[in-house]
Design a protein around this ligand. Structure first.
Ligand SMILES: *[C@@H]1O[C@H](CO)[C@@H](O)[C@H](O)[C@H]1NC(C)=O
Ligand SMILES: *[C@@H]1O[C@H](CO)[C@@H](O)[C@H](O)[C@H]1NC(C)=O
Ligand SMILES: *[C@@H]1O[C@H](CO)[C@@H](O)[C@H](O)[C@H]1NC(C)=O
Ligand SMILES: *[C@@H]1O[C@H](CO)[C@@H](O)[C@H](O)[C@H]1NC(C)=O
Ligand SMILES: *[C@@H]1O[C@H](CO)[C@@H](O)[C@H](O)[C@H]1NC(C)=O
Ligand SMILES: *[C@@H]1O[C@H](CO)[C@@H](O)[C@H](O)[C@H]1NC(C)=O
Ligand SMILES: *[C@@H]1O[C@H](CO)[C@@H](O)[C@H](O)[C@H]1NC(C)=O
Length: 758
């Protein structure tokens, strides 16, 4: 599949390279990877510095000259002794499943600088090129005419995180410093700043842009960069008097954007000679005004006016304004394939969701893989469309594209300063600690203080980590006594309850005045944050295909009874005579997130189940329920705890968890755990259920015990028809797969048709 980059994007890269060397992540080659974790014994600093990228021309995104970043310098590898094994190691380091070939004699052009490695010999299984044999760093008798290259199989390792993602988060603030709006009216200082003088940072400070020939299209580009979807006309006369009295320094004499650029630097620009302070004769500094998206508007009446799209959404992103692109077609959500996916198309998505233009257009399922249908391919927006649905695209069949090619975006969002009123202290790393928030007392004096741990769960911790800019919460801690408590502050917040989608803790429900039973610092709320999280989903179509009813003799159910897998009435049965009626089906639980799913409890607290001969690592891993029209359970909710393991994995992913012999339990990214329909307890006991129409529901990780990037897809629901002998499931789907309207229709099913059956 053709995935060459676009000329427009290249233009951005060139321009940015010239004037804003650090603004856009597109300035760095898109395929670059950190090396694998340092094994003990290897010097740390060195490994952290080592990066790999593909370079050269002409090439595709999955092939190119190999370049290594070592000791602060990019260099190449000589082709002497090069082999497919070397290429395999390098391709995997770059996030591809394997290599299909390698090239010699600088097929992609000559590199520059050091030739870092020569006579490299890998076995093929090494985690990083540095663990292969070679002559040693910088020791080579080659010239750049012998630079080696690789061709990687065009399939990404599911869940692969490359350094691009990490780099960007730290670039966020930097980028805000590049172009800014300086408000001139004091009242306009409220965040986000939506109106003001456009200022550009250069090496000697901030400068203005001459507004001669300025158009609303230029304004659109500036607003987009700063995280705003729309632009407004500005009252120039209001600013004129004030700005005329100021000493202005015009770095840029004129700007001509088409309006679809994602950065000012991509527009046609005319720069001034250095120190030309008064060259904007007859003009004044450019002033713009932007319209924020609804998430960033405090004013309620205004909030209602700014609408966002309801048939596009982002999934699986750790931060606001980023994620896998999903589109609604008919009544079901699906994904977009990444062929020709670029910043223009990504920007259309960002803007229709109420963010600015796109900072990055990500390919290869870098925000995790979807699991539903794939709807669009070769999306080619111009950049001014109101919705991605208005852009040219191709329909798709499952042969064309797979979920490992899901497109994703990272959007520009306005600076809200939310991270300034939260901090963590006492932890062992910068990703963990007791949460402190900035609060002001009745006199308006601001001070830092702790949060009562009593109501603190993963949900609240998720909001805290998001506000901190540290991604997801791995855990929300109610006790933090084991952390350094030398400088603890008092408690200033209690009773925190979040829905989960808030941008800051202050937006969550909490007590008006602090009320905490255990107010000591050791019971203060804490977090462990993480850039990545797992995401478990059930294969809905497999449930639908495998369902059946079995009348199982009681004498075969002693073990199940001991593990509480039967409804209460089983206790009154005449054991061992008679049977139970069971609704049976297979469960295939996929980890489509970006981190392995591991039980919260350590192995010391796992429970041995002698009957089945294995350890249970989570008390409640899933709920199985049958619901009637008003949502009450008709078959007793059965709480299943499993023995978690990798039953099978996608290509390029190796199994890591195995339940047998007290092995490590968990589910690797890109793998799944299968519970076949004939396993003990893999059922709902429907002995006491009357014929009728119901909703069958399976919820994974129902108590949010383990952090996931997305909890909205943890429930799987089906319409269920039971005639007293047989059972049919239809419309099986994940909790977030349907449109709201379709979900409402689905929920009505038991009520509507019940009458017909009885
Ligand atoms: C121009 O700016 C540089 C610093 O960027 C300064 O050193 C120099 O004195 C300035 N020249 C004039 C004529 O103002
Ligand atoms: C909210 O916006 C409306 C419409 O723009 C405006 O009339 C009103 O004064 C604003 N309210 C506040 C509290 O800013
Ligand atoms: C895609 O298929 C739908 C029908 O499923 C059709 O209406 C639409 O025109 C097709 N779009 C393209 C771009 O081929
Ligand atoms: C507020 O200020 C008054 C007078 O300056 C002082 O007496 C009082 O203690 C202050 N209150 C707080 C909560 O700091
Ligand atoms: C506690 O505060 C003191 C003084 O501000 C500081 O020197 C010390 O490093 C702090 N300790 C910790 C663990 O933060
Ligand atoms: C889900 O199960 C169906 C039916 O067995 C299978 O065809 C499909 O590949 C499975 N989906 C995934 C994502 O593995
Ligand atoms: C729910 O429905 C059942 C019958 O399906 C009925 O007996 C029960 O009273 C209903 N509960 C509520 C709260 O409406």
């Amino acid at each position: 599949m053709e995935k060459s980059r676009h000329k427009q994007q290249l233009a951005v890269i060139l321009l940015l390279g010239l004037w804003f060397p650090c603004c856009l992540t597109q300035t760095t080659p898109p395929t670059r990877a950190n090396l694998a974790p340092t094994p003990s014994g290897t010097p740390k600093a060195q490994t952290a510095q080592l990066k790999v990228r593909l370079a050269g021309y002409p090439r595709k995104h999955n092939e190119g000259r190999i370049e290594l970043f070592y000791k602060g310098e990019w260099g190449t590898i000589c082709d002497d002794d090069f082999s497919i094994s070397n290429a395999n190691v390098l391709c995997r380091q770059l996030g591809f499943v394997s290599a299909t070939g390698w090239t010699h004699s600088s097929k992609y052009g000559n590199g520059q600088g050091k030739i870092w490695l020569d006579n490299v010999i890998c076995n093929g299984g090494e985690k990083s090129i540095e663990f292969c044999k070679s002559r040693g760093w910088g020791n080579s008798d080659c010239t750049h005419d012998e630079d080696a290259g690789v061709v990687c199989k065009d399939e990404r390792i599911p869940g692969f995180v490359d350094s691009n993602i990490i780099d960007v988060s730290s670039e966020k603030l930097k980028q805000m410093e590049e172009v800014r709006l300086r408000p001139v009216v004091a009242t306009a200082k409220k965040l986000p700043i939506t109106e003001g003088v456009v200022e550009v940072k250069h090496k000697d400070g901030w400068a203005q842009i001459c507004d001669l020939g300025w158009t609303i299209k230029n304004t659109r580009v500036v607003c987009g960069m700063l995280g705003f979807p729309h632009e407004k006309k500005v009252n120039k006369n209001f600013y004129k008097l004030y700005l005329e009295r100021q000493k202005n320094s015009y770095l840029i004499q004129s700007v001509a954007c088409t309006g679809t650029e994602v950065h000012l630097a991509a527009c046609q620009l005319e720069f001034n000679k250095p120190n030309a302070t008064s060259s904007c004769a007859g003009g004044m500094p450019a002033v713009v005004s932007c319209m924020p998206g609804p998430l960033f508007v405090q004013n309620r009446s205004l909030k209602k006016k700014v609408k966002t799209s309801s048939n596009v959404r982002l999934k699986g992103g750790a931060r606001l304004g980023e994620g896998r692109v999903e589109v609604l077609k008919g009544s079901e959500w699906g994904t977009v394939c990444d062929d020709r996916w670029n910043l223009q198309s990504a920007s259309v998505v960002c803007r229709e969701l109420g963010f600015g233009s796109a900072k990055e257009a990500l390919t290869g399922a870098r925000m995790g893989q979807g699991i539903g249908p794939i709807y669009m391919n070769e999306v080619k927006c111009f950049g001014n469309e109101k919705s991605i649905w208005n852009c040219p695209f191709k329909n798709i069949t499952s042969e064309d594209c797979q979920h490992m090619e899901d497109a994703a975006v990272r959007c520009n969002i306005p600076y809200m300063g939310l991270e300034n009123s939260i901090r963590i202290t006492g932890g062992r790393t910068r990703y963990e600690g007791r949460v402190e928030v900035l609060s002001s007392d009745s006199n308006g004096t601001e001070s830092w203080g702790l949060i009562c741990g009593e109501t603190w769960t993963t949900k609240e911790a998720m909001v805290a980590c998001r506000q901190l800019g540290l991604g997801y919460a791995n855990q929300g801690l109610q006790e933090t006594w084991y952390w350094d408590s030398s400088n603890v502050t008092g408690m200033v917040m209690s009773g925190v309850k979040c829905i989960g989608n808030e941008m800051a803790l202050s937006q969550c429900q909490h007590h008006k005045t602090v009320s905490c039973q255990k107010a000591a610092a050791k019971f203060a709320a804490g977090v462990i944050c993480s850039e990545t999280a797992s995401d478990l989903v059930l294969n809905a179509s497999l449930v639908q295909q495998t369902v059946y009813v079995e009348d199982r003799p009681l004498h075969m159910l002693y073990c199940a009874a001991e593990e509480d897998c039967l409804s209460k009435s089983a206790a009154k049965a005449n054991w061992p005579y008679g049977h139970r009626r069971l609704l049976r089906f297979s469960s295939q639980i996929h980890n489509i997130g970006r981190a392995d799913f591991k039980p919260k409890a350590g192995r010391h607290s796992w429970v041995w189940h002698a009957c089945h001969g294995h350890y249970h690592s989570m008390d409640i891993f899933t709920h199985y329920d049958l619901l009637n029209a008003n949502g009450s359970k008709v078959a007793e909710g059965h709480k299943a705890s499993f023995c978690l393991e990798d039953t099978d994995c996608h290509e390029g992913v190796s199994k890591r968890y195995e339940c047998a012999n007290f092995g490590d339990q968990g589910i690797t990214v890109g793998c799944w755990d299968l519970y076949r329909h004939d396993i003990d307890c893999q059922w709902l006991d429907i002995t006491d259920v009357k014929p009728g129409n119901y909703i069958m529901q399976v919820v994974i990780n129902p108590n949010y015990e383990v952090a996931e990037s997305d909890f909205t897809n943890n429930a799987m629901k089906c319409n269920c028809k039971y005639d007293g002998h047989r059972i049919w499931l239809h419309n099986c789907h994940l909790g977030d797969a349907f449109s709201e309207e379709a979900e409402r229709r689905f929920e009505k099913y038991p009520g509507q048709i019940n009458n017909r059956i009885s």
